[in-house]
Design a protein around this ligand. Structure first.
Ligand SMILES: Nc1nc2c(ncn2[C@@H]2O[C@H](COP(=O)(O)OP(=O)(O)OP(=O)(O)O)[C@@H](O)[C@H]2O)c(=O)[nH]1
Ligand SMILES: [Mg+2]
Length: 460
């Protein structure tokens, strides 16, 4: 998509379909004159001469034929979303009206906008950096208050601030190293202090890792806190899953190996967006080829989880499957749940102290409906603990942060080796700085931009 910034673009900014009102937006140098050709204002003479940030009632006409009664808002460059003249026409929300208006604007010189082209212009005209532009999409797609807050923070520049700090530290190191390359042999110049440089690099790497640790990569839409239920076959995973969702989503059966695929579903509970994941049991006796594939998927789910519920069947206690699960999920935030607590015989909380470590233990019965509120509270507590800062970054940004961290690590390694090859260090630093540039958009290729903005809806 090689599109000129000088075209005036037009698009419907609200969903297409029948609604009370709809908004059509234009951006570009001709926005006002194109509108002027088809809009007859009721109070002012000419829409071109009105003040910025004003709204005007009037009629859109196709020749002498009236098409709709509308309100036209005028925002003049440069203090607008795209830094260009913007006109927003609020019309009635019927499909025919919208199509007719869009066609009229096109006939009069506006080009239909590409997806995300308004925000792309905002970025290209320096109104926001790329991380902020991307967050506009997350804002629109936010599936929860939490996701919305995350997107808003980034839109307000929180990621920008962090990347700027990292970048300026790297530039400082590079300036020092480059000075040494150029002047290192001359006596009068201070020799650079390697340990200071390494400290600076360590701090920069720490900041990148902080972002990575607190980030939640999203694929288009931020999909909630991922709670994975794991346990041996028949422990009651699907029963618990259904209870937590308050709907009968997974098949429950007393034959071990009922669930074979990963089943997931989302709920909003209070202000929390939680994605529960039901999995196939681990440790099935005499597994078929399909069972082995299912078990592999369950293990992958443990890895992808924000929080793991290790479900223990009270009657079965802790056997090989449980020991394996505890090991696989050792680095994970988790809770141990003893299910089927309605049964008289079996393990109790105190029997698990040898294997539970730091993990909390909760007893539940899906049959008698006990302990479930306690479990839900624990999950919410974990979401709150997930960090005061939950930084939303896209998969693309996450990759760039990873590359930056690796690059900085390479520079540290070089600086710690004697004799230091300052040329190589300088080269590696430029690479790391480049990766940061891919995040804020200071180094950006057209095809990457196209990919980012093609995920947007038209009109944004
Ligand atoms: N008594 C009692 N039975 C339960 C409880 N929870 C589940 N069950 C029963 O245990 C059996 C297995 O339940 P599921 O929910 O299908 O177990 P699962 O862990 O999903 O099993 P797989 O999908 O085969 O791995 C069913 O007969 C349930 O009715 C409980 O708390 N108490
Ligand atoms: Mg199941």
């Amino acid at each position: 998509m090689t599109t000129s910034l000088n075209d005036t673009i037009v698009a419907l900014s609200t969903p297409f379909g029948v609604s009370a009102l709809a908004v059509i937006r234009l951006s570009g140098p001709e926005a006002l004159s194109i509108t002027n050709r088809i809009f007859s204002p009721s109070r002012v003479k000419n829409i071109k001469s009105v003040k910025s940030y004003t709204v005007h009632h009037g009629r859109i006409k196709d020749g002498n034929k009236e098409v709709d009664e509308v309100m036209v808002a005028v925002y003049k460059a440069p203090h607008t979303y795209t830094a260009q003249d913007i006109v927003e026409v609020t019309c009635h929300g019927g499909g025919v009206i919208i199509s007719t208006l869009l066609e009229l604007f096109s006939q009069n010189g506006a080009r239909p906008a590409e997806p995300g082209e308004f925000t792309k212009r905002a970025f290209l005209n320096g109104k926001m950096d790329l991380s902020q532009a991307e967050s506009v999409n997350s804002l629109i797609n936010a599936g929860s208050r939490r996701a919305l807050n995350g997107a808003l923070k980034i839109l307000n520049g929180s990621l920008r601030e962090k990347t700027e700090k990292i970048k300026s530290a790297l530039f400082e190191v590079k300036a020092n190293i480059d000075a040494d390359i150029e002047w290192g042999d001359t006596e009068e110049l201070e020799i650079i202090d390697r340990s200071d440089i390494i400290d600076l690099l360590d701090a920069a790497r720490g900041s990148v890792e902080y972002i990575l640790d607190n980030s939640k990569a999203y694929a288009g839409i931020y999909s909630g806190f991922r709670v994975v239920i794991i346990g041996r076959p028949n422990a009651g995973k699907s029963s618990l899953f259904n209870r937590l969702l308050c709907e009968s989503r997974s098949i429950v059966n007393n034959i071990p190996g009922t669930t074979r695929d990963v089943i997931e579903s989302e709920v909003i509970s209070d202000r929390y967006l939680i994605r529960y994941v039901d999995t196939a049991g681990l440790g099935l006796e005499n597994p078929s080829e399909t069972d082995i594939l299912s078990a592999r998927k369950s293990v992958e789910e443990i890895e992808a989880a924000d929080f793991v519920i290790i479900l223990i069947d009270k009657e079965k206690g802790v056997g090989k499957p449980e020991k394996d699960i505890l090991k696989i999920a050792s680095g994970k935030k988790r809770v141990i749940v003893i299910n089927k607590s309605d049964k008289a015989e079996g393990v109790a909380k105190k029997d698990l102290s040898a294997v539970s470590g730091e993990s909390k233990i909760i007893e539940t019965s899906c049959k008698a409906d006990t302990g479930l509120e306690k479990l839900k509270e624990e999950i919410k507590h974990q979401i709150d603990k997930a960090g005061p800062e939950h930084i939303m970054v896209s998969v693309r940004q996450k990759n760039s942060f990873n590359e930056t961290a690796r690059g900085i690590k390479r520079v540290i390694d070089i600086m710690e080796t004697s004799p230091v090859s300052y040329e190589v260090a300088s080269y590696e630093l430029s690479e790391a700085i480049n990766y940061i540039g891919l995040i804020d958009g200071t180094v950006i290729k057209e095809d990457i931009l196209d990919r980012i903005f093609s995920d947007f809806c038209i009109g944004k």
